[in-house]
Design a protein around this ligand. Structure first.
Ligand SMILES: *[C@@H]1O[C@H](CO)[C@@H](O)[C@H](O)[C@H]1NC(C)=O
Ligand SMILES: *[C@@H]1O[C@H](CO)[C@@H](O)[C@H](O)[C@H]1NC(C)=O
Ligand SMILES: *[C@@H]1O[C@H](CO)[C@@H](O)[C@H](O)[C@H]1NC(C)=O
Ligand SMILES: *[C@@H]1O[C@H](CO)[C@@H](O)[C@H](O)[C@H]1NC(C)=O
Ligand SMILES: *[C@@H]1O[C@H](CO)[C@@H](O)[C@H](O)[C@H]1NC(C)=O
Ligand SMILES: *[C@@H]1O[C@H](CO)[C@@H](O)[C@H](O)[C@H]1NC(C)=O
Ligand SMILES: *[C@@H]1O[C@H](CO)[C@@H](O)[C@H](O)[C@H]1NC(C)=O
Ligand SMILES: *[C@@H]1O[C@H](CO)[C@@H](O)[C@H](O)[C@H]1NC(C)=O
Ligand SMILES: *[C@@H]1O[C@H](CO)[C@@H](O)[C@H](O)[C@H]1NC(C)=O
Length: 752
């Protein structure tokens, strides 16, 4: 629909009438009205605006950046700053700034700066709105944040972000905390204690490159505490926000679109956030998204339209017809954080944990951690926050009136029937809507190419383009790879096949083997991988998790494996040493390269490791040492020891200190040795571990922790300094090349 000339005329009339002030200063007497949406006070460069945001029943005053609300008068708490649609913002002669309801004239919010000599106000290019006495700030939106921190905003230990019942604070020892209802601390992130002890008045700020850093007069260089996943890129508008779901996130927004991308989240597992699903609500995951339900059909959702409001009993305990009983919830825990942790612990078995609660009048629920400690937490009336996942090793009990009405297995309708009905309608409506939009787009895009018109593809346009990983069925991938025919290569976790997706893009499909991971863990992993963006990483298009099948679908690299680059082109010096792991050479005393390199590294003889072809160039030894240390971390046998990609980049760039890497694990006992017997010395280093064994499992660190089949570092050194012992060697994934790591670090080379 095109705007009619009349509307255009009208709005330009408003524009010229309204007191839009683009030069910095605003003086007492100025007002804004919620009735005139075109009226606002803007920053000199027009990026930020202070204005009313109005809907049918309410309005509030906000500072916005491309429609992103970065500050709200009255805060982001429920009803904070809610005014009526005829409200006005008044900058009074006495220096007070206030929001007043139009219908009643009652004050909704005020700055409280009357009588403090405020003579002007301005919205700065930084997004800070300041009330000034001459040129001294008396009040500012940066000092009184609502739920957002902007770059150049100084967030001190006196400040608090609030969103609903959640708050975010910086403690005076530099610890960041997230709390629920000002009591339950469900997340905190402390500093290295040697830094923390002597802070005087710490503050944090979001740096232009995308780190959240801590400042204090006692430390000379700001300490980086958080890195956004796109840190390093400039020309991005970033902000830190405490969202209404209780998570603290860093967002990026590029261009004028107002689209936001999450670049970091404090709590990666949303269901761990206390109170997310309300009182007696149970959080679980459905297709990577947290959903809220009730413990059983003895409960109803408080608000069928909004699961986050929690659950209520159908029959209150005091009205029980019979005696109370305990509902058992498998794979469920009730979140317990400080200060509740200390008061309510005791050890008990399953029946003890249940029976003690049943017998105690005050107890309404209990949780037994099946983590070997036998810890049982008892829950008192107040607020109980549940989390259910097949991967959770704990059982919980809730006191209910009989009879116990368990949720149907694999329940989609965890709430009431009405809830399910609404969900169904919404889902069907959304699907129909999407189909129509997609169909429209499809027809529009390909109206000139009838050949393609007939091709349907659910991921062709919307999902694939959005960048979110797509879930494929096993059948689809089987079809795409023509029954896993064309193998591109094999890595430590399984073989990689070439495939052609329904939208005709070429993909590399990696079939993970021996992954004992649960569905949820795998999905979390996928979420993590797909949220890690880096220039040199292949993009994860999608995944498949079906039965025991676990597959990852990557963008296909035309140029082939990084391996080819590194080893085939003579003039390449992307790696430090230029040798393969299994190349038996006199230089390495016929030892496995990584073992030999570690020995030399231990002897501080780094020069020996460096590729001789590099010696003609000027070599920065500090960089080399860093690269070598990172390499040793990346080739750790246990996936859990290997650093995440972000950390690798930080280590390579020298932003974080690198701890001394453990020795490459050399040997294990048993059947593994067979894998090695097939090795030919010049063979592809890459395919070796494909023939090996359980350590491939992503959860191997759990499984083998008790068995301790790995040797200690000393043993390795003893071993390797004696002689090359092929029968005891396990699986080496790579050379000293910087850039090799399966699974956690998804480099171009590692998938083909
Ligand atoms: C102002 O109006 C809004 C919307 O009608 C209402 O929610 C709010 O309570 C009112 N505030 C005061 C202080 O009367
Ligand atoms: C503030 O104004 C006073 C006089 O009006 C001037 O001397 C001073 O330098 C100004 N300060 C700043 C930071 O601009
Ligand atoms: C932040 O504000 C505090 C208090 O106003 C001040 O002491 C500190 O120097 C400021 N920090 C930065 C980095 O501006
Ligand atoms: C923090 O607040 C206290 C009192 O509320 C005040 O004395 C102190 O100056 C404030 N510190 C900073 C850095 O703003
Ligand atoms: C939050 O805490 C206050 C007292 O500290 C309590 O009255 C209130 O009920 C709590 N809110 C919820 C939702 O439990
Ligand atoms: C803590 O920081 C200090 C100074 O930056 C550093 O020397 C020390 O090794 C760090 N300690 C730990 C445990 O990281
Ligand atoms: C910081 O203070 C909080 C609360 O006083 C405490 O729980 C935490 O352990 C302290 N952190 C450090 C690193 O000292
Ligand atoms: C740091 O604090 C400790 C006590 O907490 C004190 O003994 C020490 O002198 C302080 N160091 C500095 C450099 O202020
Ligand atoms: C919970 O687990 C127990 C023991 O494994 C089993 O008897 C019970 O049926 C399970 N309950 C539900 C609701 O699945």
């Amino acid at each position: 629909m095109k705007p009619t000339p009349a509307i255009l005329l009208l709005s330009s009339l408003f524009l010229s009438l309204s007191s839009t002030i683009s030069d910095a200063e605003i003086f007492p007497g100025a007002t804004l009205s919620a009735l005139i949406p075109t009226q606002f006070w803007s920053s000199p460069d027009n990026t930020f605006a202070l204005r009313f945001i109005t809907d049918k029943t309410t309005s509030f005053v906000a500072i916005t950046y491309n429609n992103i609300i970065i500050w709200k008068a009255g805060g982001a708490t429920s009803n904070g700053g809610a005014a009526d649609p005829t409200a006005s913002l008044q900058f009074l002669q006495d220096g007070n700034l206030r929001v007043v309801n139009g219908s009643t004239g009652s004050v909704v919010w005020q700055s409280g700066t009357a009588g403090r000599g405020v003579s002007s106000a301005s919205l700065e290019n930084s997004g800070n709105f300041i009330l000034k006495n001459g040129n001294v700030s008396v009040w500012s939106s940066f000092d009184n944040p609502s739920d957002t921190i902007l770059p150049s905003q100084n967030f001190t230990f006196n400040n608090t972000l609030r969103s609903g019942l959640y708050d975010f604070r910086l403690l005076n020892n530099g610890t960041l905390t997230l709390r629920w209802n000002s009591t339950i601390v469900y997340w905190n992130s402390g500093l290295n204690s040697s830094v923390a002890t002597n802070l005087s008045s710490p503050s944090i700020g979001l740096q232009p490159i995308g780190t959240l850093s801590l400042f204090d007069s006692t430390i000379s260089v700001p300490v980086d505490i958080v890195y956004s996943s796109d840190y390093g890129t400039s020309d991005v508008f970033r902000f830190v926000k405490l969202d209404s779901d209780g998570n603290l996130r860093i967002y990026s927004s590029t261009g004028g679109s107002g689209t936001q991308y999450v670049r970091w989240a404090a709590v990666s597992d949303q269901c761990q956030i206390f109170g997310y699903c309300g009182d007696l609500g149970v959080c679980s995951y459905k297709n990577l998204n947290p959903v809220c339900g009730c413990p059983s059909r003895n409960f109803d959702l408080v608000d069928p339209k909004d699961g986050r409001k929690g659950c209520k009993r159908k029959v209150e305990l005091e009205n029980c017809a019979g005696t109370e009983t305990m509902l058992q919830l498998n794979n469920t825990k009730f979140l317990t954080y400080p200060p509740e942790l200390s008061s309510q612990i005791f050890s008990a078995g399953l029946s003890g944990c249940m029976g003690n609660c049943l017998a105690s009048g005050a107890c309404i629920a209990s949780t037994l951690l099946a983590d070997g400690t036998g810890t049982c937490y008892q829950k008192m009336p107040g607020f109980v926050s549940g989390y259910q996942s097949p991967a959770l090793p704990s059982s919980s009990f809730v006191k209910v009136c009989p009879p116990v009405l368990n949720n149907p297995p694999d329940s989609s309708g965890k709430g009431s029937k009405l809830h399910a009905w609404i969900v169904a309608v919404v889902v069907i409506g959304t699907i129909l809507g999407l189909v129509m939009v997609e169909g429209g787009l499809w027809c529009w895009c390909f109206r000139n190419s009838p050949k393609l018109g007939a091709m349907s593809s659910q991921y062709a346009l919307l999902e694939y383009a959005s960048g979110a990983p797509v879930q494929f069925s096993y059948k689809e991938l089987q079809r795409a790879t023509k029954g896993f025919k064309e193998q591109l290569g094999a890595g430590g976790f399984g073989a990689v096949y070439k495939g052609i997706l329904a939208n005709r893009s070429v993909a590399a499909v990696k079939q993970l083997e021996g992954i004992e991971q649960g569905e949820k863990q795998f999905r979390m992993e996928v979420a993590t991988i797909s949220s890690t963006h880096h220039l040199n990483l292949v993009r994860l298009i999608g995944f498949c998790s079906e039965g025991r099948h676990r597959l990852l679908v990557y963008e296909f690299m035309k140029n082939g494996s990084l391996d080819n680059f590194v080893f085939k082109r003579e003039d390449q010096s992307e790696i430090v040493s230029g040798r393969r792991n299994y190349e038996v050479s006199r230089e390495t005393n016929s030892k496995m390269f990584s073992l030999w390199a570690y020995e030399e590294f231990e002897k501080s003889n780094t020069g020996a490791i460096v590729d001789k072809r590099l010696s003609s160039h000027e070599v920065d030894m500090e960089q080399v040492i860093r690269a070598i240390q990172v390499s040793f971390w990346c080739i750790q046998e246990q996936p859990s020891l290997r650093p995440m990609m972000g950390k690798v980049v930080q280590m390579l760039e020298g932003i974080v200190e690198i701890e001394k890497p453990p020795a490459p694990k050399a040997a294990t006992e048993g059947p593994l040795s067979r894998a090695i017997a097939n090795l030919s010395s010049g063979g592809s280093a890459l395919s070796i571990s494909a023939a090996s064994e359980p350590a491939r499992s992503l959860s191997s660190s759990f499984q083998t922790a008790g068995i301790s089949s790995y040797l200690q570092a000393e043993d390795v050194n003893k071993l390797s300094s004696s002689s090359y012992q092929p029968r005891r060697i396990k699986s080496y994934r790579q050379t000293s090349a910087l850039l090799k790591q399966e699974q956690q670090v998804q480099f171009a080379g590692s998938i083909s």
